[in-house]
Design a protein around this ligand. Structure first.
Ligand code: G3P
Length: 242
């Protein structure tokens, strides 16, 4: 039976390549994913860059906050060597770089706005402008744990899908999400249940689940009728039913 569950490479192919780098996104594409997921923060001079943490320490050879570096300074850090020597010299990409790469592919895109810890004023407008510039509004979903970010996007833009990110069970999220204008739910695996799926299926609200790395969990989310899953192992996910 052909699966309808879509596969998004989480931070590219984070289980096999340095997360949120171009080499990781390219590996996910090569594995045959339907889409990729990435995280965006802002530099001191307001450039949207693709990195998960507010600080560069965990994933690069640098130290300190993304917000305290000019983009040109941030470009000097190595975002590949801490993962493996094989990827030494891989830079932190700008969002502009990644969008330029993704444009000629057929990949879908999920951009997570990392505004749940630092507010990054203006980040929503910058991302919207870049998506229009690269004509990627129709295959992108914007998500955030900061639902005010989602609300801000929907107050000014109706051509880009948005999703609320949930790490825990909410009471009737399909009602709550109306206040934000979001059209879909991105949810942590352990917060997913049949009750949520029953209601969201009836209401035609897409549910996408993170981060699914075992075959058992892949089969479970597939049988529950989720639209997509985010995985660190795109190749495993794509070939799970071979
Ligand atoms: O967007 C789904 C998932 O990526 C959220 O988790 O850890 O990447 O912020 P995280």
């Amino acid at each position: 039976m052909r699966s309808t569950l879509m596969v998004y490479g989480h931070r590219g192919s984070a289980g096999t390549h340095p997360e949120n780098t171009l080499v990781s996104f390219k590996a996910a594409e090569k594995a045959g994913v339907h889409g990729i997921e990435l995280d965006v923060q802002l530099t001191k001079d307001g450039v949207p860059v693709v990195i998960h943490d507010e600080k560069v320490d965990r994933t690069t050879n640098g130290v300190g906050w993304v917000k305290d570096y000019q983009y040109e300074e941030l470009c000097k850090f190595d975002a590949g060597g801490t993962y493996s020597k094989r990827f030494q010299g891989e830079p932190i990409p700008s969002l502009d770089d990644v969008l330029a790469w993704i444009k000629p592919t057929s990949l879908r895109l999920n951009i997570e706005l990392k505004t749940n810890y630092l507010p990054y004023p203006g980040i929503e407008n910058k991302i919207i402008a870049l998506l229009h510039h690269h004509q990627l509004t129709d295959r992108t979903v914007l998500s955030s744990f900061n639902h005010y970010s989602i609300q801000r996007i929907n107050q000014q833009e109706d051509s880009i899908e948005t999703a609320i990110l949930l790490s825990d069970k909410l009471v009737h999220p399909w009602e709550y999400m109306k206040r934000t204008g979001a059209k879909s739910i991105h949810i942590e695996y352990h917060a997913l249940d049949e009750y949520l799926m029953e209601h969201t299926t009836k209401l035609q609200i897409p549910v996408r689940v993170y981060t699914i790395n075992s075959i058992d969990q892949m089969s479970k989310v597939e049988s529950m009728g989720c639209e997509a899953m985010f995985t660190d192992y795109p190749s495993v996910a794509i070939h799970r039913n071979d």
